[in-house]
Design a protein around this ligand. Structure first.
Ligand code: MRU
Length: 345
């Protein structure tokens, strides 16, 4: 699997896969502008919590170069504005986590403006490399739950394309697939309205010769009742200290349905997705353009001014989650006490 996003050392540019074109065309966007990165995040040319975190980190490094600042004060002011521009989606905590980390790096750095800019470039590259390492650790930590011959239900895309490389759920599936000599199957829910399951998850697992079956979101109950899957493994855009997970719309319904059918439900995410501060009722759930629901492939599938509600994410409470799997370890039957033990503030 290719890298979703990378820093090009030779030209000081960022190169990312345009995910809106997949699976039919593999095109890249190459840019030296943090505003272009912000637009890419907003338009979902790059999406998935860890991937947009990495993009924001690199966007901040581009902003530092663009600033042409002569003093550290000017550089910091430019970076504060860039962070506001880059924070275009409110739900995935990785985005604000990355811009805050880059601002901290700039504030703590010593030396000339050029030295600080170089530190920011290094930090952005480190955020991306860390993500690759964390994904691998999560995949390894998940192995205690995944047996040879398992069929795994997924939603949305938490594969390579949602991270820098490998994926969160992607790592779980790929590492188990490798360990069990290919004896792992996937059911991918289509994930209306943006169809990340159909367009991206099926695409990348088939590229890796992983046996993958596409279903529409409404088929989940039937698939569970017919005993077709052994467990659900989903990603997360934010995991709270209470053990609530915020993930793609449809995750909550899947978790309730899994509970009814006694199917284990796991969420897998890196440390950068953990939010130990926000309360469940304070999480902002992104509401997207109503036309994402009204229009399919450029054509209205309903009356053009139909009233629409289009929340992009939902919140699944801890009592529906069998384990949260992170790069640091596993929290079974999550509670605040157990979360605090693994993630002390
Ligand atoms: O709206 P998206 O496509 O950015 O939503 C992505 C998801 O909900 C993923 O499941 C989540 O970011 C985890 S990705 C490793």
């Amino acid at each position: 699997m290719f890298r979703t996003i990378e820093w090009l050392d030779d030209t000081s540019q960022v190169r990312l896969v345009d995910q809106t074109k997949l699976p039919l065309t593999l095109e890249h966007i190459v840019t030296d502008s943090h505003e272009r990165i912000a637009a890419s995040i907003k338009k979902m040319e790059i999406r998935g919590a860890p991937a947009i975190g990495a993009a924001a980190g690199m966007g901040m490094a581009l902003a530092a170069i663009e600033s042409k600042a002569r003093t550290i004060g000017d550089l910091l002011e430019y970076l504060e504005n860039a962070a506001n521009t880059l924070n275009t989606r409110p739900t995935a905590v990785n985005l604000t986590w990355a811009t805050a980390r880059m601002l901290e790096t700039a504030k703590n750095a010593t030396g000339s403006v050029d030295d600080v800019i170089q530190k920011l470039i290094d930090e952005a590259k480190e955020i991306a490399e860390e993500d690759v390492r964390m994904c691998r650790s999560m995949g390894e930590n998940a192995l205690e739950f995944i047996k040879s011959g398992f069929t795994i239900q997924t939603i949305c895309n938490a594969g390579s394309l949602a991270t820098v490389h490998l994926g969160t759920v992607g790592a779980v599936v790929r590492i188990a697939h490798e360990k069990y000599n290919g004896d792992i199957k996937v059911y991918s829910a289509e994930t209306r309205p943006r169809q990340q399951g159909a367009r991206l998850t099926v695409f990348e697992f088939i590229e890796d010769s992983i046996d993958t079956t596409l279903i529409t979101d409404g088929m989940i109950g039937t698939v569970f009742r017919e005993g077709r899957v052994d467990c659900c493994v989903v990603g997360a855009d934010r995991i709270l200290r209470t053990g609530h997970i915020i993930n793609k719309i449809g995750t909550y319904t899947m978790a309730i349905t899994a509970k009814y059918h006694n199917i284990p439900f796991y969420s897998v995410a890196p440390t950068s997705t953990i939010d130990m501060e926000t309360n469940p009722e304070d999480v902002i759930i992104e509401e997207r353009d109503p036309d994402e629901v009204r229009i399919i492939n450029g054509e209205y599938v309903t009356v053009p001014d139909a009233k629409v509600y289009n929340p992009a994410f939902d919140i699944t409470p801890p009592e529906l989650i069998d384990a949260i799997i992170t790069d640091r370890g596993v929290v079974r039957n999550p509670t605040e006490e157990k979360m605090r033990k693994l993630f002390p503030i």
